[in-house]
Write a protein that binds this ligand. Structure first.
Ligand code: HEM
Length: 126
């Protein structure tokens, strides 16, 4: 199995992940129906996001938390949704990659998802 070490690897990882996401019973509707994602715009952002996290490229310039609040307002993003997101992310990594960066991609996603789930829950209580 391969190490996660290039932009090309990240593109493959992200594409494979969203192939699972858009078919998933628990979370696909956020992407397909709630946010109606423009994949031509979303995918390159995700490549840059992970490239910045894993390789320190700083090619991602956005605010990953902020974009989820309006989605959460339209449709509550709950812990079970984040758990499923993480499950698919881990599955995709484990099916394709090994090594330090692969472990880091899982570790970082768990931390971000935990914080994001908390922020979404707090926002719903305001
Ligand atoms: C239930 C879990 C999640 C759902 C349903 C979800 C859904 C979405 C949707 C619909 C978008 C907007 C796409 C668009 O129209 O441009 C988005 C953007 C994004 N998401 Fe998530 N997301 C989830 C969890 C996460 C997690 C855990 C991370 C990070 C590890 C993450 C990182 C991002 C980033 C970086 C963007 C792009 C932000 C930008 O536009 O700059 N998401 N997400």
């Amino acid at each position: 199995m391969k190490k996660l070490e290039s932009r090309e690897d990240i593109e493959h990882l992200v594409n494979s992940f969203y192939t699972k996401v858009i078919k998933d019973e628990t979370i696909s509707f956020f992407f397909n129906d709630v946010a109606k994602v423009d994949w031509n715009k979303h995918l390159p952002k995700m490549y840059s996001f992970w490239e910045s996290i894993l390789f320190g490229q700083m090619s991602y310039k956005g605010n990953p938390m902020a974009v989820h609040f309006p989605i959460n307002e339209m449709q509550a993003m709950e812990k079970r949704h984040f758990d499923q997101w993480l499950e698919l992310w881990k599955q995709t990594i484990e099916e394709n990659f090994v090594g330090k960066n692969a472990d880091m991609a899982i570790y970082k996603s768990e931390n971000i998802a935990k914080l994001m789930a908390y922020k979404m829950e707090m926002a719903r209580k305001l």
